[in-house]
Design a protein around this ligand. Structure first.
Ligand code: NDP
Length: 445
């Protein structure tokens, strides 16, 4: 495989899509060796076909605010690859959303979904709409307008979107309501649904729970556990919330959380009533981090900073892409951090990732670490198809087993000659082999 040539062609075709280029390069670098060992992939053009989405739908979303003023946002759905199952991946509503970010996320999703062992292809979508500060009625009108276009290309056996940044249970409810009205059918077309209308128990916590299950397996390879460990989390959304609960259950202490405006350091630990308090604040659709330090005086708010300067044993970035740069990574390692597990998608810059890998600390990449979210979405799809609902214990046990299996696959493909487990390589190769073989079996389509 001529990696540089493939990357040059990609950059030429899609200039300026930096996150997309970054994600493709990272995967290609780590699978280069196995591609070269399997000439059938090259002759079938597997790489060239894999790095381009199957299709991209882009549309305008006009909606009216509470004052009667009309706004126009952009909406997208990237259907990346369906070699092993229907397209599957979240919707992100955030002002930073553009095609490059959605293509990076959709590309990563292919391998993540393959790792779960469930039959799901890769996709992603979203809008540059900002739910922050909007009323529930405005969010509803936006979601309805968004679905008026999206419904044309999704379906329970075709493409099954879910939540992501800015899209939680409330937004999924509004989107599902409109889909149902347009299609006149009650099917499992979205995941992350409410429990009373097709949702799965554990789905809201699943990405955070799965992250901690995976990190627990990583720590176990060094005969370590969460017991007594300090943990830095960033963000405080769908993902960080579940992670905080599970870390507490495993005896660890979460000492930071963050928002775009800065971070909170609470040496006493962010547990119990404090987590409840944060959830209440989040429900207001406003910036939520700073008020924490006013409510709990033992905590300090550091404006405009990121939590990676705090001395901790474990770091779980749970906010957004490229939120740990090279210097942050150096600081974490110098402060004795032994494990970084990426709960957010691509939170480490390539330079930061190299710092972690070169220092040989435990480093888990997003596509393995946070796969518990989509895996539980897959379990929601299964329950919808069977028209049955599993208990909390059943779903949690399946999620736990999936995370243990993903960890095992990473160890299988990522263990180096010196015994160090390169989870980045392990996850990329394990996911790639499954998808590439399915593409070969399906012929040139
Ligand atoms: P949420 O919107 O629920 O939470 C994101 C959190 O990060 C919020 O607390 C937000 O603060 C904060 N945040 C956003 N941007 C920044 C920034 N630039 N700097 C610091 N903090 C920031 O999203 P999710 O929890 O759903 O998603 C978080 C990450 O996890 C994303 O990378 C997503 O792709 C990934 N992920 C999510 C899954 C899921 O099941 N939800 C599944 C797999 C991956 P504020 O609200 O104040 O803006």
């Amino acid at each position: 495989m001529d990696l540089n040539n493939i990357m040059n062609e990609l950059v030429k075709k899609h200039p300026g899509e930096l996150e997309y280029h970054q994600a493709v390069r990272e995967v290609l670098e780590s699978i280069e060796e196995v591609v070269n060992e399997n000439p059938q992939f090259e002759s079938a053009g597997i790489i060239e076909r894999l790095i381009e989405p199957d299709r991209v739908l882009s549309f305008k979303v006009p909606w009216m605010d509470d004052e009667g003023k009309v706004h126009v946002n952009l909406g997208y759905r990237v259907q990346f690859n369906n070699a092993i199952g229907p397209y599957k991946g979240g919707l992100r509503f955030h002002p930073s959303v553009n095609l490059s970010i959605l293509k990076f996320l959709g590309f990563e999703q292919i391998f993540k979904n393959a790792l779960t062992t469930l039959p799901m292809g890769g996709g992603k979508g979203g809008s540059d709409f900002n739910p922050k500060g909007k009323s529930d009625n405005e969010i509803m009108r936006f979601c309805q307008a968004f679905m008026l276009e999206l419904y044309k290309i999704i379906g329970p056996e075709t493409d099954v979107p879910a939540g992501d940044i800015g899209v939680g249970g409330k937004e999924i409810g509004f989107l599902y309501g409109m889909y149902k009205k347009l299609q006149r059918e009650h099917t499992g077309v979205l995941t992350g649904k409410g429990l009373g209308w097709g949702g799965s128990l554990i789905r809201p916590e699943a990405t955070g729970f799965g992250t901690v299950y995976f990190a627990k397996e990583m720590l176990a390879t060094k005969n370590e556990t969460f017991e007594g460990k300090t943990v830095a989390l960033s963000g405080f959304g769908n993902v960080a919330w579940g992670a905080a609960l599970k870390i507490e259950e495993f005896g660890g202490k979460v000492v930071t959380l963050s928002g775009p405006d800065g971070y909170i350091y609470d040496p006493a630990g962010i547990t119990g009533e404090k987590i409840e308090y944060m959830l209440e604040l989040r429900a207001t659709n406003m910036d939520v981090v700073a008020p924490y330090a006013e409510e709990f005086p033992e905590a300090t708010f550091y404006e405009g900073k990121r939590p990676w300067e705090v001395k901790v044993d474990v770091a779980l970035p749970c906010a957004t892409q490229n939120e740990i740069n090279e210097q942050d990574a150096i600081t974490l390692v110098e402060n004795g951090c032994i494990c970084v597990a990426e709960a957010a998608n691509m939170p480490s810059t390539p330079e930061a990732m190299h710092v972690f890998l070169n220092s040989k600390i435990l480093f888990g990449p997003a596509k393995a670490v946070n796969a518990g979210g989509v895996a539980t979405s897959g379990l929601e799809m299964t329950q919808n198809a069977m028209k049955l609902a599993w208990t909390r214990e059943e779903v949690d046990a399946k999620l736990h087993q999936i995370m243990v299996d993903i960890h095992e696959a990473c160890v299988k493909y990522g263990t180096q000659k010196d015994g160090y487990v390169d989870y980045v390589r392990g996850a990329n190769i394990a996911g790639f082999m499954k998808v590439a073989n399915a593409m070969l079996d399906n012929g040139v389509i």
